[in-house]
Design a protein around this ligand. Structure first.
Ligand code: NAD
Length: 267
């Protein structure tokens, strides 16, 4: 499926120095896009991510440095990225997690999770959607979570941020639904809602379930709580869907929140 259908287009993927974001950046690169990556990490990690995206086939790749907790840094990144290229594909992927009961959740963690997982997506979409509409083509792919559809204990800020992301995406989908045409591809806004995906983000939750056993024991315990397939997704599995959403023929798929959760939300 990876023909070079994104040649001549540019994509910005937030949080793409690791995990799902890096897989999406590589997949878009393989389709011929110029790719702007963003995310935290030391120089070696950022260089490795840039190299991986270049090796995947990107027409061009650049790292845009912004801590997404800071709206001023986001605004500067959006100015710099658009000076580099008009952005046709925006993937809001950056996200963090912290598990604790509501009564024990540090207020600072609430603020950071809402800022990165939700408010940053508002700022990037606000900056890019008008240009996408003017050009008749645009894709916003927001990496939400199964926790944008159902709740779990000890995840109040994460669940609030992901439900918010799903809701905001539906509003933007409606506002831009009639932009462009079937031929130009239109402007769509969708969420992907993964269950468990094999990335560093969930390691603390695997660790918490080992009970003195192996990492595999922790993984099995985690999956058996909620994910009926008993299989984790790979970042590349999520990237394949994100890439498909960018195709012209996905022009009428908008406002959707698509579970990739092994049956979690079918229960
Ligand atoms: P990850 O920890 O591997 O990657 C997170 C990325 O976000 C990294 O590049 C990191 O540098 C970046 N980031 C974190 N804080 C940032 C900040 N302040 N400013 C800029 N960038 C920042 O995690 P992942 O699992 O790949 O998560 C990616 C997305 O997928 C998140 O939104 C997460 O909520 C979502 N998700 C993950 C899973 C899962 O099981 N792994 C399931 C559902 C949804």
């Amino acid at each position: 499926m990876n023909d070079r259908f994104l040649e001549g287009r540019a994509a910005l993927v937030t949080g793409s120095t690791s995990g799902i974001g890096l897989a999406i950046a590589r997949a878009l690169a393989a389709c011929g896009a110029r790719v702007a990556i963003n995310g935290l990490g030391d120089a070696a990690q950022i260089d490795a991510a840039v190299g991986a995206v270049r090796d995947a086939g990107a027409a061009d790749v650049r790292h845009f440095d912004a801590d997404l907790r800071d709206p001023a840094r986001i605004a500067a990144m959006m100015r710099d990225a658009q000076a580099w290229s008009p952005i046709d594909v925006l993937v809001n992927n950056a996200g963090i997690q912290h598990t604790a009961a509501v009564a024990d959740m540090p207020a600072e963690r609430w603020d950071a999770i809402l800022a990165i997982n939700l408010s940053a997506a508002f700022h990037t979409m606000q900056a890019l959607l008008p240009g996408m509409a003017a050009r008749g083509f645009g894709r916003v792919v927001n990496v939400a979570s199964v926790h944008g559809l159902v709740a779990s204990v000890q995840k109040a800020p994460y669940v609030a941020s992901k439900f918010g992301l799903v809701g905001m995406s539906k509003v933007a989908a409606l506002e831009y639904a009639s932009s462009g045409s079937r031929d130009s591809g239109g402007v769509t806004v969708n969420c992907i809602c993964p269950g468990w995906v094999e990335t560093p983000l969930i390691e603390p939750q695997i660790e918490a379930r080992r009970n003195g056993g192996s990492r595999d024991d922790g993984v099995r315990a985690l999956l058996s709580e909620k994910q009926p397939s008993l299989r984790m997704s790979l970042p590349d599995d999520i990237a394949a869907l994100a890439t498909w959403l960018c195709r012209r023929e996905a022009h009428n798929m908008t406002g959707a929140a698509i579970p990739v959760d092994g049956g979690w939300t079918a229960q």
